[in-house]
Design a protein around this ligand. Structure first.
Ligand code: CTP
Length: 392
């Protein structure tokens, strides 16, 4: 029996915490609940006490508890701390390290893993402040689930719904039992970001890749238990929790780092590798009478060489950034590069550097069109598909 400390935030989805408690009890876990002030407007301590068969805690200022147990002990007695629903306000307070009430004090004091299941209006979820808070929490090691997409209580549509209680219960189970995670014991190589190809000591050729999709995929694979080596081109992004990162600049450096990471079970090549490098000059080119000619030399194809190497990973996945005839080019690219799957995206819009991605997954059995999703959600879905493919 494991002990879950469930912190219920103050949102309309708080009623689903009752179902979550019931599911966890059914799976044999002990659940102790902490309600924020807001949560007690949506669900009563009485309901949760009856379902959890335990006392429910609501206030930091209950002197009896501070004498008998204390907020520190409350946070340490659990095997896992779960925040569901994690409202925008609660996520912000967690990210800021605040400790103004019992819920945030427990979260700041705990030495146990923390899982947050967000629920809020779509605009609040997509707001740059919430994006920032979620990114900091993930960097701090908190596992923040992706909310579900759909119709919301406020009448709007989009990502922001609380993941269904069975999905939260599965995520809890995976964290309570890490070796049971579907990619435990697997090694994944992920390349991400652009490459910079020097022209001379001060100039370089580059592209618009932000690295966000590749970083999200590395994080999603690590969350499923994989050991992840992330070979990153020049980007200013935080390393996702549980990921080993190797920073490189050029395509040739990326090729060397990718080869050095072998053997791997999975390779996901998300980097926008420069196809060509410049015949480099040792000195800075001076402004002269005529513009200099740049002679371009082809770079090594990292995806193709990994796919054709004797230590080929079991699953090799490439990305295809296309601006026209997206699926047609991706289908041809899968065969040409020797990849198992190609994730094709249309980069004629604002995908490069943007927040969302509409992709087509090209496999040996056909093409799947995925809806436009935030890059984190594309990553989570792809990681689940990878786990399912390797589990077969
Ligand atoms: N890729 C790679 N090494 C390269 C070029 C590309 O590993 N030197 C990988 C990318 O990481 C991506 C896939 O190959 O997974 C496809 O990249 P893309 O640039 O779309 O393909 P190209 O081979 O460059 O084809 P084209 O530019 O003709 O579309």
């Amino acid at each position: 029996m494991k002990r879950v400390l469930l912190i219920v935030g103050g949102g309309i989805a708080a009623y689903k915490s009752c179902e979550l408690v019931r599911l966890l009890r059914k799976r044999g876990h002990a659940v102790r609940c902490v309600l924020t002030e807001g949560a007690s407007h949506f669900v009563t301590p009485m309901t949760l006490a009856a379902l959890s068969e335990d006392r429910v805690y609501t206030s930091l200022w209950d002197l009896k508890d501070e004498h008998e147990m204390g907020h520190i002990q409350l946070s340490r007695e659990a095997d896992l701390v779960v925040v569901a629903p994690a409202t925008a306000d609660l996520l912000a307070r967690m990210a800021g390290g605040q400790a103004g009430d019992l819920a945030t004090t427990v979260l700041l004091a705990t030495d146990k893993p923390v899982l947050a299941a967000p629920a809020m209006n779509v605009r609040m979820w997509l707001h740059p402040a919430t994006r920032r808070n979620v990114e900091s929490l993930r960097t701090d090691g908190v596992r923040v689930m992706e909310p579900d997409e759909g119709a919301m209580a406020c009448g709007e549509w989009g990502p922001g719904r609380l993941p269904e209680p069975p999905a939260i219960a599965d995520a809890i189970e995976a964290m309570l039992n890490p070796t049971g995670r579907p990619l435990a014991g697997r090694h994944a190589l992920v390349t991400a970001g652009p490459t910079h190809e020097p022209i001379d000591p001060v100039r370089y050729l580059a592209n618009r890749s932000s690295g966000r999709q590749g970083f999200a995929i590395a994080g999603a694979l690590a969350a499923l238990g994989a050991r992840v080596t992330l070979v990153a081109g020049p980007v200013a992004l935080a390393t996702p929790a549980g990921v080993d990162r190797v920073d490189v600049e050029t395509a040739r450096e990326m090729a060397v780092a990718a080869q050095a990471a072998m053997p791997a079970d999975i390779a996901v090549m998300v980097a926008a590798v420069a196809d060509w490098r410049v015949e480099e000059r040792a000195q800075k080119t001076k402004k002269g009478e005529t513009a200099p000619d740049l002679r371009l030399i082809e770079n090594p194809d990292i995806l193709a060489s990994i796919a054709q190497s004797p230590t080929r990973p079991r699953l090799v996945i490439g990305f295809a950034a296309e601006t026209e005839r997206v699926v047609e080019h991706a289908v041809a690219k899968r065969v040409r590069k020797g990849a198992d799957w190609i994730v094709a995206n249309d980069v004629s819009g604002d995908v490069m550097g943007g927040e969302a991605n509409a992709i087509h997954l090209v496999t040996d059995t056909g093409v799947e069109d995925w809806p436009r999703l935030p890059k984190q959600a594309v990553a989570a879905r792809l990681a689940d598909r990878i786990a399912a493919a390797l589990g077969d």
